[in-house]
Design a protein around this ligand. Structure first.
Ligand code: ADP
Ligand code: MG
Length: 336
């Protein structure tokens, strides 16, 4: 016996959509961090409780949200980042789908407090259908997410131990922080500070997060073809300590897991890697936003290049060349 077709209630639609973006606390955190960065923040504070299940609070010093737009921030498919198809095709912000906050709000208790620089005080909103209340905040935005999945117990069962979820949260911070060296980060876990990153140069940030050894054991990658640029560090084939794979790829500042890029980088290491060493890299690809499609999956960790062959070749040669620099070569010979 079939039931009649009927439209789903709004909350349920958001809860279904949340399944795609809100996999675990770390995915909430990723969305909140991206929003803070899109707002032009220079310093972020992240507070976590119970691995981010009980609380994720992101405090930023970005541009803020005007009072009358607060409900829209929690509304599905509402965004300040794109307005039409052309914008979508050349989107340069980390977000653009206008659904993250609505999704998070559907599966947790979310509070949004924000103050535009010109506003006399901040406003606070807890429900898209509710009224904003005056609040105290110097400038910027505080997004507070509590009790993840409190209303969707089936999903809550999939959460791992707090320590595991906290580790995933920290990894989410790391991914965002690696590509935003000019932004300061402070992370606390259950009231204790666990990470503090000062604003600085990309190389310093890499050293802070991947270890000073990664910096000294790596060669610099830097190739510029105008429309395409790749920079970063790649482990020398003869690195003393290189048995653990460290692989971070960014496209226009966005952490991605891209098979094509991974393949190109891996190929560059082929036949020159010593012993049990693993190819490791932290590379940043900058490309005309119109030449890459980031709208492949709601989590946006996948991309599609318009000219994937050209990107593959460019990245491969850039790394191959970096690995063949005199220093890397000398090291290869010394080790042989
Ligand atoms: P998206 O980032 O795809 O636009 P979100 O649901 O993540 O969608 O956010 C909705 C809107 O809320 C954003 O377009 C932005 O205008 C606003 N917003 C969210 N977080 C912040 C923040 N930290 N600072 C300023 N504006 C924000
Ligand atoms: Mg967003």
């Amino acid at each position: 016996m079939r039931n009649p077709i009927r439209p789903l209630p709004d909350l349920l639609i958001s809860q279904i959509a949340a399944g795609e973006v809100v996999e675990r606390p770390a995915s909430v955190l990723k969305e909140l961090l991206e929003n803070a960065l899109d707002a032009g923040s220079t310093a972020l504070r992240i507070d976590l409780e119970e691995g981010g299940v009980a609380l994720i609070r992101v405090t930023d010093d970005g541009g803020g949200i005007p009072k009358d737009e607060l409900p829209l921030a929690l509304t599905r498919h509402a965004t300040s980042k794109i307005a039409n198809l052309l914008d979508l095709e050349r989107v340069a912000t980390l977000g653009f789908r206008g659904e993250a906050l609505a999704s998070v709000a559907a599966v947790s208790r979310l509070t949004l407090t924000s103050r535009e620089r010109s506003a006399p005080h901040a406003w606070k909103l807890t429900d898209a259908a509710g009224e904003a209340e005056p609040a105290a905040l110097l400038a910027g935005t505080v997004v507070e997410m509590r009790d993840l999945y409190y209303n969707t117990p089936a999903r809550r069962k999939f959460l791992k131990a707090a320590a595991t979820e906290a580790a995933h949260c920290l990894e989410a911070v790391k991914r965002v922080a690696l590509s935003h060296a000019d932004v300061a980060f402070t992370v606390t876990r259950d009231g204790r500070e666990i990470l503090r990153l000062a604003r600085g140069e990309p190389k310093q940030r890499i050293a802070d997060l991947l270890g000073a050894a990664f910096l000294t054991e790596s060669v610099e990658v830097d190739a510029d073809a105008g429309a395409l640029r790749v920079t970063g560090l790649a482990l020398r084939p003869t690195a003393v300590d290189g048995t653990k794979e460290v692989q971070y790829c960014f496209v226009n500042g966005r952490y991605v897991r891209d098979k094509l890029l991974q393949h190109a980088l891996r190929e560059a290491y082929r036949d020159i890697l010593h012993g049990s060493r693993q190819p490791s890299w932290c590379v940043f690809l900058d490309i005309d936003p119109a030449a890459v499609d980031v709208n492949v999956h709601p989590a946006k960790t996948e991309v599609r290049f318009r000219d994937s062959r050209a990107v593959h070749q460019f990245v491969f040669h850039a790394l191959r060349q970096a690995l063949a620099t005199p220093i890397a070569q000398a090291a290869v010979q010394a080790a042989a």
